[in-house]
Design a protein around this ligand. Structure first.
Ligand code: GAP
Length: 504
């Protein structure tokens, strides 16, 4: 992950938000390449979920909604995570992020010297994976007792070890009992900051789909089963954002609410699970790193009759990319009850009126972008200008996802006819795809720079292109493929068609 995070910053995929002020935990900015990657992902999702289907329409809802929405949906009362706090360093964690039991716990006598050089002793209960780990953590604890004092040594009291408990992963201090923490960001609408003005930044995009269900049904004149899709920002005040962008406080979701009859629910849950796994394969994620986990009863929301988590093997472990949940008629029924407005569907054939059920594939944009980068990252060897093998970093993005599709290089930048021809090719390709022109440095270096950001194709304009060596080769270029590094000679006018076919 360290290599990936550093590449993301170095090449302009992802930066820490507000970096020059020390950052903001759980918020990230996408740079010039990151934003292209993210857009390619969202556009492809929209293409396969909305444009290529007759049964799904899109919407774009507001982030701020009437507080009543969050009361009816249950978020105000139950969208919580159990939180615990370390008694010593006061760090806060989600309860499930603390290992159930810490094998070693003991009373530590920590010696340190104060600013005047006097040696002082503090006692604290410390826990960890091993006595060595406990000793290290005891040393960390001294920072919290006396800032600026110098750590001297630690003695662990015999007899207290092997007394398992839950301890702080950072300093080994004792952990409090869990309490509920609501993950929604609270805000005020208008100039008065009182209870009547309270609402929240949406923690999921789904609710605006449910509350607009009737309007969209009427204007689209769709028949069941049909879906409403949305891509947009969501906000959760995560207790402990971590693993780069994986768990953030501000992120984007791509959600589909697919409405159906009750008897179609289970079958459609299976259908969408398959479709969604295929989607990840089609953006270049290896099938063997994808897992559809059938979420057991005790982990599912009480109203869900079945849920799959689509998981990916990230470098930091197997983690959720997307949830596919059969949510029954819970959401529409809740909003119907709370608003007093009918959210029923009228079946003209059977003359029945009922609240539809819904299957929801809900994906995270940022998590999918992170999975794309992790999947693409690779190192191999390639010859430098002198033929010596050197390590090559390559992002092996699927061409469909790559931020830049093709780079165009004149062999030499001081040969006017080469530069003019290369710029002509830029003009030819630009209407079809995102391209990049580069004339600086040795050609090998230029290839390497593009490999590192995952550009799948490189076009080089050389003396053959000018017809100087062989008239038959006039107006042809070399087309280099990133992964195999193989080069083929193609006619310039065929480039748009060849490349378009390979990148869509
Ligand atoms: N409407 C259902 C819903 O929001 P969820 O499982 O809470 O379900 C769906 O979220 C997806 O949103 C997750 O699978 C994940 O990809 C993404 N997501 C959720 N919380 C996130 C966070 N803190 N940071 C980044 N992505 C997150």
């Amino acid at each position: 992950m360290e290599k990936i995070v550093s590449l993301c910053k170095r090449r302009g995929f992802i930066f820490q938000s507000s970096e020059i002020y020390g950052g903001l935990n759980g918020a990230w900015d996408y740079g010039p390449l990151g934003v292209e990657l993210k857009r390619n992902l969202k556009n492809y999702w929209w293409r396969v979920m909305v444009h290529e289907r007759d049964d799904i329409v899109g919407m774009d809802g507001s982030i701020l909604m009437n507080r009543a929405v969050w009361k009816a949906s249950g978020h105000e009362d139950t969208f919580t995570d159990p939180m615990v706090e370390c008694d010593v360093c006061k760090r806060r964690y989600r309860n499930d992020q603390i290992p159930a039991l810490t094998p070693f716990r003991t009373l530590a006598h920590i010696l340190f010297s104060d600013r005047d050089g006097n040696v002082r002793e503090e006692c604290a209960t410390v826990g960890g994976e091993s006595p060595k780990d406990v000793r290290r953590k005891a040393r960390v604890q001294s920072e919290y007792f006396n800032l600026g004092w110098k750590f001297e040594s630690v003695d662990l009291e015999p007899g207290h070890t092997n007394d398992p408990a839950r301890c702080c992963p950072h300093c080994g201090g004792e952990i409090s009992e869990p309490r509920s923490f609501n993950l929604m960001f609270k805000t005020y609408v208008g100039a008065t900051e009182d209870e009547s003005a309270v609402t929240y930044l949406r923690p999921e995009t789904a609710q605006s789909i449910f509350v607009q269900f009737k309007n969209i049904l009427e204007v689209s004149r769709k028949k069941l089963p049909f879906g409403i899709a949305q891509i947009g920002k969501a906000f959760r005040n995560e207790i402990n954002p971590r693993n780069f962008t994986f768990r953030s406080r501000e992120f984007e979701q791509m959600e589909l609410e697919y409405f159906c009859r009750a008897e179609q629910g289970i079958e459609l849950l299976e259908y969408w699970k398959e479709e969604r796994v295929k989607f990840y394969e089609n953006i270049g994620i290896a099938r063997e790193k994808l897992h559809a986990r059938n979420v057991p009863d005790e982990e599912r929301a009480f109203y869900s009759k079945g849920t799959y988590d689509i998981e990916y093997d990230f470098p930091f472990g197997r983690q959720e990319l997307e949830g596919v949940a059969y949510r029954t008629d819970y959401d529409l029924s809740q909003h119907q009850k709370a608003s007093g407005k009918s959210l029923e569907y009228f079946d003209e054939e059977t003359k029945q009126r009922f609240v539809p059920h819904v299957v929801e594939p809900s994906a995270g944009v940022d998590r999918s972008v992170l999975a794309l980068i992790c999947e693409a990252y690779s190192e191999d060897e390639a010859p430098d200008e002198k033929g010596k093998l050197e390590t090559r970093i390559v992002l092996r993005f699927h061409p469909r996802m790559a931020p830049i599709k093709c780079a165009i290089f004149p062999l030499l930048k001081n040969k006017e006819p080469l530069v003019a021809k290369a710029k002509e090719i830029v003009g030819l390709l630009r209407p079809h795809m995102n391209i990049f022109y580069d004339e600086s440095g040795a050609i090998g270096r230029r290839y390497r720079r593009q490999d590192e950001i995952g550009t799948p194709f490189g076009v080089t304009v050389d003396f053959e292109t000018l017809g100087e060596k062989d008239a038959a080769l006039r107006d042809t270029v070399t087309l280099r493929e990133r992964d195999s590094m193989k080069q083929e000679r193609v006619a310039i006018q065929e480039l748009p068609a060849i490349l378009r076919e390979r990148i869509t």
